[in-house]
Write a protein that binds this ligand. Structure first.
Ligand code: AMP
Length: 217
């Protein structure tokens, strides 16, 4: 099964991708996570990508396509288990190149899940988002049950330290949403025309949203 999970920043792609991965055993390929890892390791790719990421802009397509090609060509397990793209593609050019790549490999996309959330809610979620340094859990200061703990900087899942992503700063958030509207939103029509798009309401509990996703698969 080859899936793409689409949605604005803060729509909950990463959270739902983890659930889909657990349920179906597919590889979860998050370009944002991979680029942040590269930066942590201080690689050339990480440093180059960070110049764009910190401003809320997209990393150039050629760098992203090289990264995707490397993963898909070198990781045979993802071809056998199937994979879930999270945060990729983000431009029409990336989507077209990805289609060509899949065709060359004799693979085809099963479904594109588009998680829909209103803009006010996205800003609230992104500015309240925290990520665990130890287990990568994504949590929120708006989570009533764990608010105190998260504000103290602790992860409700593993007790590790949580941090706020640099690009979850308010000004960068607004820039990312504009970039999404201009460059990524057109992918909705692109995949609708191919008859593989399933749009779901991204408001409500994580469980409810996951149920909606399952009902489309
Ligand atoms: P994310 O974690 O998916 O929100 O991605 C964080 C940042 O990484 C984005 O704001 C972009 O700067 C960069 N990025 C991630 N995926 C892509 C992509 N497919 N194309 C271009 N830039 C990307």
């Amino acid at each position: 099964m080859i899936l793409v999970i689409l949605g604005a920043p803060g729509a909950g792609k990463g959270t739902q991708a983890k659930r889909i991965k657990e349920k179906f055993g597919v590889a979860h390929i998050s370009t944002g996570d991979i680029l942040r890892e590269e930066l942590k390791k201080n690689t050339d790719l990480g440093k180059k990508a960070n110049e764009f990421m910190k401003k809320g802009e997209l990393v150039p397509d050629d760098l992203i396509m090289k990264l995707i090609k490397n993963i898909i060509n070198n990781d045979n397990s993802c071809k056998s288990t199937g994979f879930l793209m999270d945060g990729f593609p983000r431009t029409i050019n990336q989507a077209q190149k990805f289609d060509e790549m899949l065709e060359d490999l004799g693979l085809s996309m099963h479904k594109v899940i588009n998680i829909v959330v209103g803009e006010d809610e996205l800003v609230k979620r992104l500015s309240g988002r925290r990520v665990c340094r130890s287990c990568n859990n994504i949590c929120s200061i708006h989570d009533k049950d764990n608010r105190e703990l998260i504000l103290e900087g602790k992860c409700p899942e593993c007790g590790g330290d949580v941090y706020q992503r640099k690009d979850d700063d308010r000004e960068v958030i607004l820039q990312r949403l504009e970039v999404y509207n201009n460059q990524t939103r057109p992918l909705i029509d692109y995949y609708e025309d191919k008859n593989i798009l399933a749009s779901i309401n991204g408001s409500g509990s994580e469980e409810k949203i996951f149920e909606r996703i399952l009902s489309t698969l």
